[in-house]
Design a protein around this ligand. Structure first.
Ligand code: ASP
Length: 328
């Protein structure tokens, strides 16, 4: 190809436009929206609101949360997959990015190719919690109660394909008991019904259950990690493995995404702001208090984030298939 002055000018202009776009980003007075694919007041929302606050300063503009709940997180994820890739619409999602493709058939987007990966945020354990009036006070008593109430137990979750759905399915498969699944649009409404007693059990992130456990609004029967938690208020809770569910392990993680095609410099600006936010002592303190662990600098690299999600898809797909737990 011959570089005539005309072609050179066109190339140079394209470069200048690209760098001006990135340098201007984010434009003062514009708002960055983080879409949360679950209801307000739930664990994913909680992480997003704390993160939005911590990213506001390094970005110099307002960062707000938009709850686009439903279909186990796929409605919000689809909204961002189809959004303008200009850096003003982002997605904060959890392990669902890796489990949805196997757990829910026919999602209208591709996790691997419809997003830019901006970095991981944290790891969050889950807990098995029950309505406060359930007549059991430890895992053994719960297991007897389940045995006596087969066919009558309601297990709530945040929607088909959500993390609580996955955890609940694995729990039923581990104890070989089928329960009636009651899907909600997020943890927040499910938690209200659990506290009120219209559902019996739920599995959910400590980022929402810890305050309810501390306030004795729900009963807790186990954590889903291999080791007990270090958070003072949660360290007495046995692991489900300790209680006899061999190999039971689910850890939820959160990551930040932009629509495919978001300019590289904008992605870099967002990743830089994310890394600053993850070192913000106030953000770390809030996350630790809820049982969540903020990821290291290395894990918040976009390339590591993408590798991790691919590895999680590879890890969960055979487990979900083996447990025969699908949703349409
Ligand atoms: N905890 C929910 C889930 O199970 C999501 C939420 O409401 O944040 O995926």
């Amino acid at each position: 190809m011959k570089f005539t002055p005309r072609i050179l000018f066109a190339l140079l202009s394209a470069l200048l436009v690209a760098s001006a776009m990135a340098n201007d980003y984010p434009v003062k007075d514009k708002i960055i929206t983080i879409v949360v694919p679950f209801t307000a007041g739930g664990p994913t929302d909680r992480v997003a609101r704390d993160l939005a606050e911590a990213m506001r300063k390094p970005l110099g503009v307002s960062v707000v949360v938009d709850n686009a709940a439903g279909a186990g997180g796929s409605i919000g994820a689809n909204k961002v997959a189809k959004a303008n890739p200009d850096g003003y619409t982002l997605l904060l999602h959890h392990i669902g990015m890796a489990t949805m493709p196997t757990l829910v058939r026919n999602i209208p987007f591709k996790v691997e190719s419809d997003f830019e990966y901006l970095g991981m945020i944290n790891d969050v354990p889950m807990t098995l919690v029950a309505k406060p009036m359930l007549p059991a006070n430890n895992y053994k008593e719960l297991s007897n109660w389940i045995g006596q109430n087969k066919g009558k137990i309601n297990l709530g979750n945040a929607g088909i394909g959500s993390a609580s759905h996955l955890c609940g399915l694995l729990f039923q498969s581990a104890i070989s008991v089928d329960m009636t699944t009651v899907p909600y649009k997020g943890t927040a409404p499910a938690m209200t019904d659990l506290i009120g007693g219209s559902i019996d059990l739920m599995c959910d992130q400590t980022t929402s259950t810890s305050s309810q456990i501390e306030g004795k609004k729900v009963k807790v029967f186990g954590v889903t990690t291999t080791k007990r938690l270090v958070t003072p208020a949660l360290k007495e809770i046995p692991t489900l493995q300790e209680s006899g569910l061999k190999g039971f392990e689910v850890t939820i993680w959160h990551g930040l995404y932009a629509p495919k095609g978001t300019p590289a410099d904008v992605q870099k600006r967002l990743n830089d702001a994310l890394k600053i936010a993850l070192k913000d002592p106030e953000f770390i303190r809030k996350q630790e208090g809820l049982g969540a662990v903020v990821v290291s600098d290395k894990r918040s690299e976009p390339i590591e984030h993408k590798k991790f999600v691919a590895a999680e898809i590879a890890k969960w797909s055979p487990i979900i298939k083996a447990a025969g737990v699908y949703a349409d």
